[in-house]
Unconditional design. Structure first.
Length: 298
């Protein structure tokens, strides 16, 4: 299936749905030649931490999808126009494309759901596009220019909107957040009444509480993948950090070890108490399932 930029898509009578007529994930490229890669390792690790600590009470794990630096196709009239959010969450969609494939892009007219949360990390050259009308000169980030390449255009007169405007006007993403690693400032824009309104961010965690998802976002000082830094991380309403799969496994092992040690200590204390009553070592060992050596050592 081939789709040319600026060409109309033939329709039938009655017209078929966009899912049937527009390009699918398999038809649209995941990237274009000449696009820059991720500006630094933070832009690789931070999305991983967000995805690995996310837990949604209202949705089973196979009914939400997180993407990072993935082409997001959003306009049925211009099927090759896309944005690349640093991180986004879509709910009410299968984790795998059509329940079976890893996604190579996110195509809104195929998925049937727009992103529900989008997070952008400010870097040099992207502040104006990420913040839109909320941009101020003090938001500029020092460093190498990592601006996104010009988006593909469908004609000489039509141009895609900047990220902020696409998220607000076309995708209407309910929760849009922007984080500056340099200043450690998190900003939260909520879609209310047809446009984004900036919301107050708490000084303590959770800095942002997304009530409809029953989850909070805060700033965590810690070590992730061998790097100690300030990281965005999901938490509960009380500010307790949600664990990654690795941390959860480590916690369960530690709890199991402590439980075994506690149980063993209780058995040994029971053995001491029985010995104090005048029972023999053999009697105590048989009663508690211990070896005579263990009882003798007491």
């Amino acid at each position: 299936m081939t789709f040319a930029i600026g060409h109309s898509i033939p329709q039938t009578e009655p017209p078929r749905s966009p899912r049937e007529t527009l390009p699918t994930m398999y038809d649209l490229p995941s990237e274009y030649i000449g696009e820059p890669g991720l500006p630094d390792e933070f832009h690789d690790l931070q999305p991983q931490l967000l995805s690995r600590t996310l837990s949604l009470v209202a949705y089973p794990r196979d009914q939400w999808f997180t993407g990072a630096d993935l082409n997001l196709y959003y306009d049925v009239h211009h099927p090759l126009w896309y944005k690349r959010p640093d991180w986004f969450l879509a709910v009410g969609v299968p984790r795998l494309y059509n329940g079976q494939d890893f996604r190579r892009s996110y195509v809104t007219w195929q998925e049937g759901q727009n992103p529900y949360v989008v997070i952008e990390f400010l870097s040099s050259g992207t502040e104006r596009e990420d913040l839109g009308r909320f941009y101020r000169a003090e938001d500029a980030v020092e460093g190498e220019d990592t601006a996104s390449p010009p988006a593909i255009q469908s004609s000489e007169t039509e141009r895609p909107l900047a990220k902020f405007s696409v998220y607000e006007q076309q995708l209407r993403v309910p929760h849009y957040l922007v984080y500056s690693r340099q200043t450690q400032r998190l900003r939260y824009f909520q879609w209310v009444g047809g446009r984004y309104q900036e919301q107050q961010v708490n000084e303590s965690n959770p800095q942002v509480w997304l009530a409809d998802l029953n989850i909070g976002l805060g700033l965590w000082e810690g070590n992730f993948e061998g790097i100690s830094s300030s990281w965005l991380r999901w938490c509960d309403e009380d500010g307790n950090w949600l664990l990654t799969d690795t941390e959860q496994e480590r916690l369960e092992k530690e709890q199991e070890r402590q439980a075994k040690e506690q149980a063993q200590a209780q058995v040994l204390q029971a053995a001491k108490n029985l010995l104090a009553t005048g029972m023999t070592v053999v009697q105590v060992a048989e009663l508690l399932g211990l070896s005579t050596e263990q009882v003798s050592s007491l």
